[in-house]
Design a protein around this ligand. Structure first.
Ligand code: SF4
Length: 337
């Protein structure tokens, strides 16, 4: 049985915004990203696995619009059953973009909406009054029949707006609303003190969201970015494939550790060799996972590790490949040097 459920692919770290909470330093890309053909090869490999969903992530993916159109069409041609989604800040969306992506087969777009007033939105997004573009993007995508999800960062300036933000999303037919706490990573770490909620505010918001979810037609969740690491520890497997814009598979989007490199080997090799099992037993990964119990631990574990998205990841992919080979795994002929 296929243990893999989903994949995310960062198609770029370029961005039209410079949000103060951005964990991947969007807009400050430090290294050369995969070109279109390399990215299409990644999407082809992903489409050939029986995944329930593939998410196109960034940066702002719309900045590689032609590429994401090719990627959506390719995945849908090869595997119609895989849900194809993308994340976007929404500011660049137009009727033409929504129409094209709908025709290509995009199933879902997740927009970021962190406020209903320019003051609260721009407290983190620094967009200079572009909130209206995001509100329009939600309506445009819905008009074109694309399912819309919303991700939202609760912070000191928008916390009182949450009932109105949720009401707006319900009215516009948003299917999923996810509030995700501030990650103490990237620019989010630099601005943590200014943006983060108190523990009491966090608890009150989580309780409000839970109560509201019970009476809403929308799925409302309080996203905990640590959850996936608990699951890794419990199951000993990594069910998600996280591909960064350089063609590396990370152990988690929030940890600077590369466990496989698609510039060298194929995704099928990663699966056949069960590299994820070896990754979770590697001392560096074990040490990180053992130390992360809550969000604030992401920052402290950075001590001694590269700065996520600013410096090159620690690459343990060759070690994992060697370990898998010793235990009898063999790379497929296609990728043997
Ligand atoms: S949070 Fe998203 S929209 Fe903001 S800078 Fe980062 S990638 Fe861009």
């Amino acid at each position: 049985m296929n243990y893999l459920s989903s994949a995310s692919v960062d198609v770029t770290y370029r961005c039209n915004l410079r949000c103060r909470h951005c964990f991947d330093f969007g807009g400050e890309c430090a290294y050369e990203e995969m070109n279109d053909d390399e990215l299409i090869s990644v999407f082809r490999q992903l489409a050939l696995i029986d995944l329930s969903s593939i998410c196109i992530c960034g940066g702002e993916p719309i900045l590689r619009f032609d590429l994401i159109r090719r990627a959506v069409r390719l995945v849908k041609e090869l595997n119609r059953g895989t849900l194809v989604s993308m994340v976007s800040n929404g500011i660049l969306w137009t009727e033409e973009i929504a129409d094209a992506l709908k025709r290509d087969g995009l199933d879902l777009v997740q927009f970021s909406l962190d406020g209903l007033s320019d003051a609260s939105y721009d407290h983190v997004r620094l967009s200079n009054g572009k909130l209206h573009r995001v509100l329009d993007a939600i309506k445009i995508a819905r008009r074109h029949g694309i399912r819309v999800a919303v991700a939202s960062l609760p912070h000191a300036m928008n916390i009182r707006e949450y009932p109105s933000i949720i009401s707006f999303c319900e009215k516009e037919g948003v299917s999923d609303f996810r509030a995700q706490p501030l990650m103490p990573l990237g620019r989010g770490e630099l601005n943590y003190k200014d943006l983060c909620l108190t523990p009491e505010q966090n608890d009150a918001l989580a309780a409000y969201l839970s109560a509201r979810n019970a009476v809403s037609q929308m799925q409302i969740t309080w996203g905990d970015p640590v959850d996936h690491l608990y699951m890794y520890r419990e199951t000993g497997r990594i069910p998600q494939i996280c591909v960064n814009a350089y063609g590396e598979l990370s152990v988690s989007p929030y940890l600077p550790i590369t466990i496989w490199n698609l510039n060298r080997n194929t995704l099928q090799d990663y699966i056949d060799l069960e590299i994820d099992r070896y990754a979770l037993r590697h001392p560096i990964v074990e040490k990180c996972l053992a130390r992360i119990e809550e969000l604030s631990d992401f920052t402290s574990i950075q001590q001694g590790l590269p700065v996520l998205f600013k410096e090159r990841n620690i690459d343990i992919s060759q070690e994992l490949e060697d370990a898998a080979r010793v235990h009898g795994g063999k790379l497929r002929k296609s990728s043997q040097g």
